[in-house]
Design a protein around this ligand. Structure first.
Ligand code: NI
Length: 189
């Protein structure tokens, strides 16, 4: 099932998401729906708050990119970055911030502890695009968006677009959650 994606000014994107206690039918359904939603958009990663659930859970699949076609789709539940190495600037975008891109500097390699879709615990090192997408999605679980990490000059360049999104003026080729934002003191839906 395709879920509506929450957009920029939605409160859920600013919340600290809650730990998943275990796998049950509702979590399995959420994971399946998140994959459906991500593929339909299309995107290469999706965090649960973007699908309307404030849970520490993310899905990703970067195999649509030629150089990563051998990489399997991945589910990460309750992910924790244990350590990181190096720094890399890379252009990012986000399904919750339609039409906006910008360079974000993040660690190049991370050591990650997480649980898979069977709730089995793993500790693994990730680099390249996987490390990038994981860090972007983990930010979503902590109420952070990539635009918060843009350098001042770059942030100024996109501020107009962000204001437009907050006011409901944006185009997205996928279903989005109804937007409630505060514009000049009045609540508009
Ligand atoms: Ni995102």
């Amino acid at each position: 099932m395709i879920l509506p994606i929450t957009i920029y000014s939605d409160e859920i994107l600013r919340k600290q998401a809650v730990m998943v206690e275990g796998i049950d039918k509702s979590i399995r359904e959420l994971i399946a729906n998140m994959f459906d939603t991500m593929y339909k958009a299309p995107g290469i990663g999706l965090a649960a708050p973007q699908a309307g659930s404030s849970l520490r859970l993310l899905v990703l699949d970067i195999s649509c990119m030629a150089e990563y076609s051998h990489i399997s789709p991945m589910v990460a539940i309750n992910p924790v970055i244990l350590s990181s190495k190096g720094y890399l600037a890379m252009e990012e975008g986000c399904l919750s911030v339609p039409g906006v891109q910008g360079d974000v500097v993040r660690p190049a390699t991370i050591s990650l502890q997480y649980r898979d879709e069977e709730f089995v615990l793993h500790t693994r090192e990730f680099s390249g695009m996987l490390a990038r997408v994981l860090q972007h999605e983990i930010d979503h679980l902590d109420g952070k968006l990539f635009v918060d990490r843009l350098q001042k000059r770059e942030r100024r360049k996109v501020q107009k677009d962000l204001d437009a999104i907050a006011a409901g003026r944006f185009a997205a080729s996928y279903p989005v959650a109804p937007l409630v934002s505060v514009v000049e003191g009045s609540r508009v839906v």
